[in-house]
Design a protein around this ligand. Structure first.
Ligand code: AKB
Length: 311
């Protein structure tokens, strides 16, 4: 019997759906409470509709289910946040404050909060970006994630809050659609490759970005959450490396399975966001502290993505 009772906030998003599936297998369905602002068709219970900005409703759910750990996934991503900067700041920051404060008050024991490669900016070294480096993000999403990292570290140092975080690269999976990110092209391209054998990319051919296949990201998240507290030396957020590629390279990988696939380029406002982010990530701190090791490379991911999406 698990002694942990987990709440996932934002469970119907790209990460939440796969994380919930994995946590349920590990901790038992009854011990993983999912929540989001909307209920899905065929929603697996236990589920609660909740707005992370409503602190009273949130703490009501935490008390009702005697929650010990919270995974806070509700956020606006980079592209959507640029279109609605005030709401993005409100959601990304106040959601985090509500959860951090519940941990400070001792109502919950452990928090997972995702950060992003968006915490880096145009003045950051872009190749093999170190854990500790210049961070001057110029997107509202990146600014909110960087501020969030500072708050996480502050709450850990001042109040002993056990908060853990990863700077996710672009995440690629076949089970759910991404929403509102700059790295989303790397998911859409697989769908279009199967559907129409061609894809028009909103980033230019040579825009390299750090990416990761979703099962690696989910494994990293759970491994970090299960690591002994003394091993988790970084309480802002860990760099996490997986695969780095540009649109031309992912297209070439797809062509190994679909030779007639073609790609064209029509960069939009997301190009400037991508240009401000790292091209590859140094994740040696995560490897050293809690044994991180990615399993998938680009062709390995392409194979499983195409196999699963074509089913
Ligand atoms: C986005 O593109 O906004 C996200 C991210 C890198 O955090 N996928």
């Amino acid at each position: 019997m698990s002694t942990e009772r987990i709440l996932i906030i934002g469970s119907n998003g790209q990460i939440g759906l796969e994380l919930a599936e994995n946590l349920r297998l590990k901790y038992g369905s009854e011990n993983v409470v999912c929540s989001d602002v909307r209920k899905m068709e065929n929603q697996i219970e236990p589920f609660e509709i909740v707005d992370v900005l409503d602190k009273d409703a949130l703490s009501g759910i935490v008390k009702k289910y005697e929650i010990t750990q919270v995974y806070l996934l509700a956020a606006l991503l980079s592209a959507t946040a640029e279109k609605n900067p005030k709401f993005a700041w409100d959601l990304n920051m106040n959601g985090l404050f509500h959860v951090l404060d519940m941990a400070k008050e001792g109502i919950i024991k452990k928090i997972y909060w995702p950060s992003s490669i968006a915490v880096f900016g145009p003045t950051t070294p872009r190749l093999n970006t170190p854990q500790y480096t210049v961070m001057e993000p110029n997107t509202i999403y990146g600014i909110s994630k960087q501020a969030g990292e500072r708050y996480c570290e502050y709450y850990h140092q001042k109040y002993g809050v056990d908060v853990r975080s990863i700077r996710y690269p672009g995440l690629i999976g076949w089970k759910s659609a991404p929403g509102g990110g700059t790295t989303d092209y790397a998911v859409h391209i697989y769908h279009e490759a199967l559907k129409s054998k061609s894809y028009e990319c909103f980033l230019s051919a040579n825009t390299a970005l750090p990416m990761m296949y979703m099962p690696d990201a989910i494994r990293a998240t759970i491994e970090l959450m299960e690591a002994p507290a003394e091993n988790v030396k970084i309480r802002s957020s860990y760099n996490l490396g997986g695969i780095s590629f540009n649109p031309e390279e992912i297209a070439a990988s797809i062509r190994k399975y679909i030779p007639e696939f073609t790609i064209s380029y029509n960069p939009d406002f997301r190009q400037a966001i991508a240009d401000s982010w790292p091209q590859s990530i140094d994740d040696s701190e995560a490897r050293k502290d809690w044994g991180w090791n990615p399993a998938y490379d680009l062709d390995g991911m392409t194979k499983v993505m195409l196999e699963n999406l074509s089913k």
